[in-house]
Write a protein that binds this ligand. Structure first.
Ligand SMILES: NC(=O)C1=CN([C@@H]2O[C@H](COP(=O)(O)OP(=O)(O)OC[C@H]3O[C@@H](n4cnc5c(N)ncnc54)[C@H](O)[C@@H]3O)[C@@H](O)[C@H]2O)C=CC1
Ligand SMILES: CC(=O)C(=O)O
Ligand SMILES: [K+]
Ligand SMILES: [Mn+2]
Length: 353
């Protein structure tokens, strides 16, 4: 029996609704497999934890999490309790950085049965490789003065190592797909980091002659995600550009509630972390209508990560069969609850066993 030790952090808001749903699905997956089991350990780190303890996660938190095979997280953020920059930097971004989860992969493709906001939805299947450790998300900068002289400086960090690492990851991924990499740039407006990003991209591309490339400014690229998503294969983007692009990717699929993500530790020193693209969705907390698909598809990415690709494929197949039959939460045009969608996925998994 192979046992995977999974640290679960539901976090805030609907994280506490969709993580338990996905855990039930993973338990079913394990029953079907027979030789694979999950040992889940739950961690209460969240904004409520902060109110009680003054920190999002205790100092020894990372030490504990380090020994797990992976981390399965819901969402972080409750501005009613804690400002977002404190809660996210104290938990989500802290784990990403301390555990060197330098790559964030976020696929987007057509899911059958889900209404798309696109007038003529085409069959797209793309994946964004988001640089996950530096870029525009940095702590370098500061604020000075008060009143009308008040100012804030926010620096971006673009290292050759970090940029190149994300790009190579994208090329490797593209070599197993449609063999095209698009680089998201903005070198017409951002005069230091983005020309540097473009140079590194050109250099890295030379090592992958079988992969075609293009480079597009993020504004146009964002528009093309809406008008021609089928043109893309793998897109490599800086931290902020990747963050924004992947919400657009989620939106064209039909909802941010169905988009999955994986924060990958590439050097094997620490666990990777699996969490959907969406946040804590304060507007729908407690209504029982959070879409569990983003979290469940994220579980599929975790299975793939552990080389259980057959199970991963089965899981996404079943999710698609459920959506195709119209068993959908309200965000994608249905009237079913989180529980009804999850139960249907579990039932169909059992039938397929
Ligand atoms: N990775 C993370 O943990 C993230 C955390 N956040 C945090 O989450 C909080 C809310 O952020 P927002 O900007 O409102 O983004 P959000 O992704 O939480 O919500 C945006 C919209 O999408 C809907 N939505 C999101 N997930 C859904 C799901 N599974 N099913 C149905 N509808 C869903 C929400 O109801 C809302 O209308 C903030 O505190 C923010 O900082 C935001 C994004 C990512
Ligand atoms: C924080 C956030 O929005 C993200 O990581 O996608
Ligand atoms: K999330
Ligand atoms: Mn985001």
């Amino acid at each position: 029996m192979k046992t995977l030790k999974i640290a679960t952090i539901p976090g805030d808001g609907i994280g506490t609704e969709v993580v338990p749903a996905a855990i039930e699905v993973l338990k079913t997956v394990s029953e079907i497999h027979g030789g694979l089991s999950f040992a889940f350990t739950d961690f209460p780190y969240s904004c409520e934890y902060y109110l009680e303890h003054g920190v999002m996660m205790p100092d020894e938190g990372l030490e504990k999490l380090k020994d797990f095979d992976s981390i399965f997280l819901g969402a972080v953020g409750n501005v009613k309790l804690v400002p977002d920059h404190i809660s996210l930097w104290g938990l989500l971004i802290k784990i990403r950085r301390e555990f060197e989860q330098v790559i964030n992969i976020r696929p987007a493709k057509v899911i059958p049965g889900v209404r798309s906001p696109l007038v003529h939805p085409k069959d797209f299947d793309l994946i964004v490789v988001r640089e996950n450790s530096e870029g525009e998300y940095s702590e370098v900068g500061g604020r000075i003065y008060q009143g009308e002289d008040e100012l804030a400086i926010q620096n971006s960090i673009f290292s050759r190592k970090g940029s190149e690492r994300a790009m190579r990851y994208a090329f490797e991924l593209a070599s197993k797909r449609k063999k095209h990499v698009t680089s998201a740039t903005k070198s017409n407006g951002i005069v230091h980091s983005m020309p540097f990003w473009d140079e590194v991209f050109k250099e890295v591309a030379k090592d992958y002659p079988a992969i075609s490339t293009d480079s597009q400014h993020i504004d146009a690229l964002a528009a093309f995600f809406v008008t021609h998503p089928e043109r893309f294969d793998v897109i490599v983007a800086s931290n902020l550009f990747g963050d924004v692009l992947t919400d657009i990717g989620a939106a064209i699929m039909g909802s941010v509630g169905i988009a999955p993500a994986a924060n990958i530790n590439v050097n094997g020193k620490y666990p990777s972390m699996f969490e959907p693209v969406h946040g804590s969705a304060p507007d729908i907390i407690g209504k029982g209508i959070a879409n569990p698909i983003g979290q469940i598809w994220t579980a599929k990415m975790m299975l793939d990560h552990f080389d259980e690709t057959e199970l991963g494929t089965l899981l996404l197949d079943v999710v698609e069969s459920v959506s195709n039959d119209g068993i959908l939460t309200p965000d994608i045009g249905g009237k079913h609850s989180t529980k009804e969608v999850t139960d249907e996925i579990i039932n169909r998994l059992k039938q397929r066993a």
